[in-house]
Write a protein that binds this ligand. Structure first.
Ligand code: PEP
Length: 262
């Protein structure tokens, strides 16, 4: 069913300013990334750029971290040593990262990343005071089989094992079926507002079971085909603390519109 986002109520967003994370994946160039950040102006919402590893030193040096916060898209599950090709949490800290995506569905699907490895990555990041952005979400068949809650619960419990204080953790609810790269055809759709609200409330309830009152500190973002047309409606949901944006973050004009949507 197609959802008309323009008719959704917006404007009186709950929860003050929102966090909008651009997930550039393996796109753009260092030059393009510097121009993008140069053109961004401060907003009441917090812009975070999850850039490829090789862009991070240049973005950090250009002072990007003052106007935006820097995020990596992945981190090693190991602390240091003979792990060819890996980048550690300490190295991310050195180049100014304050956030790092963990467990994105593309890493789970294309790189067979397990919940156990995701947990080890989160523990590494917390050790170096980098906020993990834990991505969780069900695929289309799990959704059809009404397994969404079970999937979310399992992913949360396994990823957060031994995490005593969740205050620095962000959760990105990213239903795989709503991520643009996993959708066929031109008419890509975000999840409906009711799906987003229900999932976020469920995630909150699981976190509360694990952490009690401390769970209130965890920010829960939505990701999956957020664009300038639907951003206001999605970000106005009081359960939604922000958005993780893939495709629409690659163009300055659309990301700029999203961070100014509310
Ligand atoms: C993503 O891959 O994290 C994502 C949210 O992508 P898109 O916005 O393109 O659906």
């Amino acid at each position: 069913m197609k959802y008309n986002y323009t008719s959704a109520k917006g404007g009186s967003a709950g929860g003050g300013s929102k966090i909008i994370i651009a997930n550039w994946k393996m796109n753009l160039s260092i030059k393009e990334s510097l121009l993008f950040v140069k053109n961004l102006k401060l907003t009441k919402n917090k812009a975070v750029i999850a850039a490829p590893f090789t862009f991070l030193p240049a973005l950090n040096k250009a002072g990007a971290g003052k106007k935006i916060a820097l995020s990596a898209q992945d981190v090693s599950s190991f602390e240091k040593g003979a792990y060819t090709g890996e980048v550690s949490a300490k190295m991310l800290k050195e180049v100014g990262c304050s956030y790092c995506l963990v467990g994105h569905s593309e890493r789970r699907i294309y790189f067979q990343e397990t919940d156990k490895v995701i947990n080890q990555k989160i523990l590494q990041l917390l050790k170096y005071k980098i906020s993990p952005v834990l991505c969780i979400g069900e695929n289309a068949s799990q959704r059809r089989n009404k397994a969404t809650k079970n999937v979310l619960k399992k992913q949360l419990i396994l990823a957060l094992k031994s995490v005593k204080d969740p205050a620095k953790i962000l959760i990105a609810y990213e239903p795989i079926w709503a991520i643009s790269t996993f959708q066929k055809g031109k008419n890509k759709q975000a999840a409906q507002l009711s799906d987003i609200t229900a999932a976020h409330l469920y995630i909150k309830s699981v976190l509360k079971d694990i952490y009690g009152a401390k769970a209130a500190k965890v920010k829960i973002l939505y990701g999956g085909t957020v664009n300038p047309q639907n951003a206001k409606a999605i970000l106005s949901l009081k359960e939604v603390a922000g958005a993780l944006v893939g495709g629409a973050s690659l163009k300055f004009s659309s990301f700029n519109a999203i961070i100014r949507a509310i």
